[in-house]
Design a protein around this ligand. Structure first.
Ligand SMILES: CC(C)(COP(=O)(O)OP(=O)(O)OC[C@H]1O[C@@H](n2cnc3c(N)ncnc32)[C@H](O)[C@@H]1OP(=O)(O)O)[C@@H](O)C(=O)NCCC(=O)NCCS
Length: 238
C-alpha cells in the first residue's frame, strides 16, 4: 500500500511530500520495478541480497511517486542514481531535495516541493523493544536517557525516535559520524502535535516530537519524529 502526504515541519522551507510504501512483496516489486528506469534496475541488480534489492526498488518507487506528486515532470523518464557515498542522486539538473529510507517491511521517501530547500533527511525504524534496549546500551548517553524517560517512561519508542532523528540529521547535513552516532547528542525531545494530520489516509499517529540534535560546535539541528503504524519516522531539512 502506498500513502502520499504533504506536510510542513520545522527546519525545511516549503511543503514536503512524504511517501510510505508498506509490505511490498517481491513479486509485486518485480512487476512495479519493471517501470523504473534501466539505470535504476541495473543498480538494483548490483545488490546480491534479495532483501536489499527489494528495499532499493521500494525506495525508488516511493521517491518517484513523491517526485510525481511534487510536480517534477522529468522524474518519470530519468533515474535517481547514487553518488559515491550512497546518497540518492537525481540524474537531471535542478531536481528537488530528496531522501529515502527503508526497513524490512516499508520504504519511505521525502521530496521537497520548493527549490529553496537544500536538503532533506528521512528515516524510519520498526518499533522493537530489543532494538530500543540495544540502543540504550550502546548508543545513548545517560543525559539523553533522562530526556527520553520524561516523554516515554517505558523507554521503547523514544530511543528509536532519537536514533531516527540522528539519522535524519546525518542525511540532511551530510555528516560523517561513527556507527553509533554517539557524537550526535540529543539535547531536547519535546512532544508536539503531529505535522501529518490527515487521519483519513490511516496514519494513526500515536505521538510526535520535535527533537534537537547537537554535533560539535555546529548550530543545533532539528528533526520532527512521529510514531505511527508500528514504526517511528523522522524528517529533517535545511
Ligand atoms: C547513511 C545512513 C544514515 C543510512 O542509514 P541506514 O540505516 O543504513 O539505511 P536507511 O534505510 O535509513 O537509508 C538507506 C538510504 O539512505 C540513502 N543514503 C545512503 N547513504 C546516504 C548518505 N550518506 N546521505 C544521505 N542519504 C544516504 C540511500 O537512499 C539509501 O537507500 P538506497 O541505497 O536504497 O538508495 C547510515 O548508513 C549511516 O552511515 N549512518 C551513520 C552511522 C549511524 O547510523 N549512526 C547512528 C545514527 S547517527
Amino acid at each position: 500500500m502506498m500513502r502520499i502526504e504533504r506536510m510542513h515541519f520545522e527546519g525545511a522551507p516549503g511543503e514536503t511530500v512524504l511517501v510510505e510504501l508498506t509490505t511490498p512483496e517481491s513479486a509485486l516489486l518485480a512487476r512495479d520495478g519493471a517501470r523504473l528506469h534501466e539505470g535504476e534496475r541495473t543498480l538494483a541488480q548490483s545488490f546480491t541480497a534479495p532483501a536489499r534489492r527489494d528495499a532499493f526498488l521500494a525506495g525508488r518507487l516511493a521517491v518517484h511517486a513523491g517526485l510525481a506528486n511534487a510536480g517534477d515532470s522529468r522524474a518519470h523518464r530519468m533515474p535517481v542514481l547514487r553518488d559515491g557515498r550512497g546518497r540518492p542522486q537525481p540524474s537531471w539538473a535542478d531536481a528537488p531535495a530528496i531522501s529515502i529510507a527503508h526497513t524490512k517491511i516499508r520504504a519511505v521517501a521525502a521530496v521537497s516541493t520548493v527549490r529553496t530547500c537544500k536538503a532533506l533527511g528521512v528515516d524510519v525504524e520498526e518499533i522493537d523493544a530489543h532494538r530500543a534496549e540495544a540502543l540504550l546500551r550502546m548508543a545513548i548517553s545517560p543525559e539523553e536517557r533522562k530526556l527520553l524517560a520524561e516523554v516515554d517512561p517505558q523507554l521503547v519508542v523514544a530511543p528509536i525516535a532519537l536514533w531516527c532523528a540522528r539519522e535524519a540529521c546525518v542525511k540532511t547535513h551530510g555528516l560523517d559520524v561513527g556507527w553509533f552516532g554517539s557524537v550526535l547528542q540529543v539535547s531536547s525531545i519535546q512532544p508536539t502535535p503531529p505535522r501529518l494530520t490527515d487521519a483519513a489516509t490511516g496514519w494513526d499517529i500515536e505521538a510526535a516530537w520535535n527533537i534537537e540534535v547537537r554535533f560539535e560546535s555546529r548550530a543545533p539541528m532539528h528533526a520532527h519524529a512521529w510514531q505511527a503504524n508500528g514504526a517511528v519516522f523522522a524528517l529533517s531539512g535545511r
